[in-house]
Structure formats: structure tokens, C-alpha cells
Design a protein around this ligand. Sequence first.
Ligand SMILES: *Cc1c(COP(=O)(O)O)cnc(C)c1O
Length: 383
Amino acid sequence: MRATKAIIHLQNFRHNISTIQAALASGTKMCVAVKADAYGHGAIRCAHAAVEAGADMLAVATPEEGIALRKSGITQPILMLSLCAPEEVEAVVHNSITPLVFDEEYIALFAEAAKKACAAPYPVHLAVDTGMGRIGVLPEDAAHMARAVMGTGVLVLGGMGTHCAVSDSLSAENRAYTEQQFSRFLQAVSAVQDAGIAPGIRHFANSAVTLARPDMHLDMVRPGIIAYGYYPDEITASYLESISRPAELRPVMTLETQVCAIRPFRKGQSIGYGRTWTAAEDTDIAVLPIGYGDGFLRRFAQGGIQVAIRGKAYPVRGRICMDQCMVDIGKNSGIQRWDRAVIFGVPEDGALQSADDVARLSGTISYEITSCLSPRVERVFVD
Ligand SMILES: *Cc1c(COP(=O)(O)O)cnc(C)c1O
């Protein structure tokens, strides 16, 4: 196997899901987001582990993601969070994937496919736009659209959901915005009920709301990032402790590689494309077989990323290449060729930082770090 790999600690994943579940009122359902290949962790293994740990539903973004789960034997409901193309609708229905709908044209496509497949009653969830500005019907049109769903005679309203724009932020303004989104959502639910239609499963909470706002859990929560062991943006372990809602999350992924060469460098020698770094004194350079083609992005080097080898952190020098990068290990480091080099992950694997630390260094979020790991990086599952 290639030296560069992502180790996926499924026991940590299950631990995180159990931690989330312990904070839910009994009867509250959990839909775990496994979209984008489970945020880069491997959707099929993670989906099965999530179900074992108590997930009631799984969320995907695309039909293919849902179909892959069905082929792997997942029988739980699968919620599709993004819109698909008209040509994909039949396959979605054929695989019993539950779409989010919010307009008449899209509803008609699903009604037609469900009729053709003799799949009535076919549940769909109504997406409500309460302030994210992405997909969803406006709250004032929710009742009308719920009637459109029921009026097809084949589709039924299985649930209603909305998505938060700033729930991971702790500023007063953003907290007020989330409150407003919540009340707009409840208004939409009431309007549907007043039209004599049962709203089904009401869901509002992403990871941030799941951790910080139990009063907003409603019938189901939709956590993603916390299942993979990272806090959403400004929500941190210490913040949660301060509001007496501690949650101990464990990162699931370790990204590691191997020192594939050690090269003595003379003072004045330059490294890599653009010659952006020159040795100020004699040193040793370790070459690692990982680059932006693996998802080890060029901008990590600008952020000053370090790599852990034998328990110590060493800086990447020069630009990260597509398939390789170079690390300054200094003289007499004791590092040997073929030593393990850990980019980020769990301490037991020798990591000195998490994907969250890497994200902060390079001005992004942990979501992007793990989900941008390319398929070239083999996922190795540890149960
Ligand atoms: C991705 C996604 C989630 C999960 O978000 P996290 O911040 O990872 O918890 C929940 N709901 C919707 C609609 C999403 O697109």
C-alpha cells in the first residue's frame, strides 16, 4: 500500500455519534450527514457505522451517493439535501431516496416518477428557506407548496426542514439571526398544519445547533461535522462547557505519509517550484510523497504547516508540489528514511495537530480539509 493514507478510526466516529445521541431528548431522531464521501472519510463504512451507533437516517447530496449506500445494504431512510437533474429523478425514486422539494416543477417530476414506479405513497420533505438563501420555499408559501405535494396523489409530506446560515457563530447578531430563522421555520410549520396537512418530521439543527441549542432540536437533528470529531467554527469545547453542555468529540481521521528520502542541503540551496525558500544554513530535507493531488493543498505551506515525525513538528519548505513536498528536519534529527510522517489526526497515531488546526492555519474550516482529500489517498478503516 502507498505510504500516503488516511486512517479512519470508526470507534471514534461511533463515539461521537453516541455522544450526540446522549444529548438528545428521547424520541428525537438523528440524521447523520454522510455527503461528500462522509466528509472525505468514506461514506459506505461510515454510513454503516452511523447506523450501528444509532442514526435513524442518513443525508447525502447527490443521487449517486444515495445509490451507493443502497447498494451497500443501507435500508434506513436517505435524505437528499441538494437538488438533482430531471434525468436523475427516476433513479432517486427507484432507490427510495427522499428528496427535498420546494417548487411545483420539481414536485411534478417526482410525482411522475413515483407514479411510474408504483411507489405511492412516496415521501418527500419540504425545504423552507428561512434565511440561508439557498434552496427552499419562503415560509409564506409553505402551505401552498405542501398542498401541491399532497395534491399529486402519489407524494406525501414526510417532513419539513430548513438550514441555518450563521448558527456556528457566537456573535449576538448571528445568534439573533438563528433565532429568527427558527421562528420563521415554526411559522411555516404552523401554516402547513393550519392547511390541514401534517408536517411530518420537523428538522432544523445542524451540528452547531445540535450542540448548543437543545431547544431547537424539534423531531430530528442533522449533524455532520461533529460526527467526524470537529467543532463547528466558533462553537468549541470550552464554549460548550461554559454553557454546561460539554461534548467530548474525537477526531476520526489521521492523514499520514512516510519519509521517502532524506537529502542533505547546503546553505544557499533553494527548494521547489518558484525557488521560494533557500536554506539559510546547512540542513537535512525530508521528501514526503504527498502533494496537492492528494488534497495537501499549496496554501497549507503559506500558512506555515508543520508535519509530525517521531513526535516533533517540522516545517514544510517551498511550494507543495502535486505529488510531493519537502520538510526541513535540520541536522541530527535522528529521523530515518521510511519514518512515518503525520500531517494531522489523533494523538495515538503520533499527530500533533488536528484537521481543525490545519484549517485555521490556512484560513478555512475542517470540513474543507477532510472532504478535499482526493480518491488517491486510500482510506484505511480501523474498527
Ligand atoms: C451539510 C448539511 C448539514 C450538516 O452540517 P454540519 O455543519 O456538518 O452539521 C445539515 N443540513 C444540511 C441541509 C446540510 O447541507
